[in-house]
Design a protein around this ligand. Structure first.
Ligand code: UDP
Ligand code: MN
Length: 297
């Protein structure tokens, strides 16, 4: 059935995944080599996960950056669909980081849900906006966000929710399989290969390639992740380097060094530009089409 016994043990101990049935999806990998569950549709009971989260009276943070034209283009739909699908029934605090708090869209929030807007400076290059997130998140996690939330998800804004994204996704540390690469051979994965970069991965390192559009975990775990990535980005910059995939390269390095407690299948962050695949049953987040010419000059 493709389920390793050690993984089954750790699945049974997982607090949020409810009754986990890895054998319900025999056609996909449902555990990592280090025994963490890979969450696919049908492998968990969303009601058990919900109950567990409610009993713990959790507050869950969701951070998103909307700088420059990304604000008008994506933020409203991201937040509106998050209201429908992200941690429904739980206490949620959104943190939106933007250079123009006055231009925020008005989104009606359900009970127990709050929105906080934090001002950031606008970096000139889009790559710098993306990379600066690690440093900003690290500071926020050390401040009010870190005091308010027990778990936090950090997401890109150029996507929208299309299905339930609930407490089954919670764990001490959570990484997202990249929908372009999850079925590629390991040696083809686009890890950073520049030996001078802090993000470098040697051949043979790295089981999976993770997408920086979604990562999460406890406040303490995310403090470590963001500190590591911000440090690596600064190290590279001081040497005139930039990892090929920017912050994502550093995220992949961290996740390789610190194996996540839970991995989300590509159903949790799917690219509709890809041809349909039988194993992708119910996408939870859908990428917006890449319209870089409109956004990035
Ligand atoms: N971002 C932003 N303004 C920018 C560039 C990036 O707000 O000018 C934020 C936004 O949240 C975006 C994320 O940084 O989703 C990552 O950038 P992008 O989505 O363009 O990168 P990609 O997903 O194409 O690698
Ligand atoms: Mn993106």
């Amino acid at each position: 059935m493709g389920v390793c016994p050690s993984a089954t043990m750790s699945l049974l101990r997982d607090k949020f995944t409810g009754a986990l049935h890895p054998w319900a999806r025999p056609e996909v990998l449902t555990c990592t080599p280090w025994g963490a569950p890979i969450i696919w549709d049908g492998t968990f009971d969303p009601d058990v996960a919900k109950q567990e989260a409610t009993q713990q009276n959790l507050t869950i943070g969701l951070t998103v950056f909307a700088v420059g034209r990304y604000l008008e283009k994506y933020l409203e739909r991201f937040l509106e669909t998050a209201e429908q699908h992200f941690m429904a029934g739980q206490r949620v605090v959104y943190y939106v980081f933007t250079e123009r708090p006055g231009a925020m869209p008005r989104v009606a929030l359900g009970p127990g849900r709050r929105l906080r807007v934090e001002r950031v400076v606008r970096e000139r290059r889009w790559q710098d906006v993306s990379m600066a997130r690690m440093r900003t998140l690290h500071a926020a996690l050390g401040g009010r966000l870190g005091r308010e939330a027990r778990f936090v998800f950090c997401m890109d804004v150029d996507q929208h929710f299309s299905g339930t994204f609930g407490p089954e996704a919670l764990a001490e540390s959570v990484a997202q399989l990249h929908s372009w690469h999850y079925h590629w051979l390991r040696w083809l994965l686009p890890f950073e290969r520049d030996a001078h970069s802090a993000a470098v991965m040697a051949r043979g390192e790295g089981y999976f390639y993770y997408h920086a559009a979604v990562f999460g975990g406890s406040v303490a775990a995310l403090r470590d992740l963001t500190a590591h990535c911000a440090r690596g980005l600064a190290w590279d910059r001081a040497r005139g380097l930039e990892a090929r995939w920017h912050d994502e390269g550093h995220l992949n390095k961290f996740v390789w060094l610190h194996k996540p407690a839970k991995v989300l299948s590509p159903e949790f962050c799917w690219s509709p530009d890809l041809s349909p695949r039988a194993e992708i049953r119910r996408p939870r987040l859908l990428w917006a089409p890449k319209e870089y010419r409109l956004l990035r000059d």
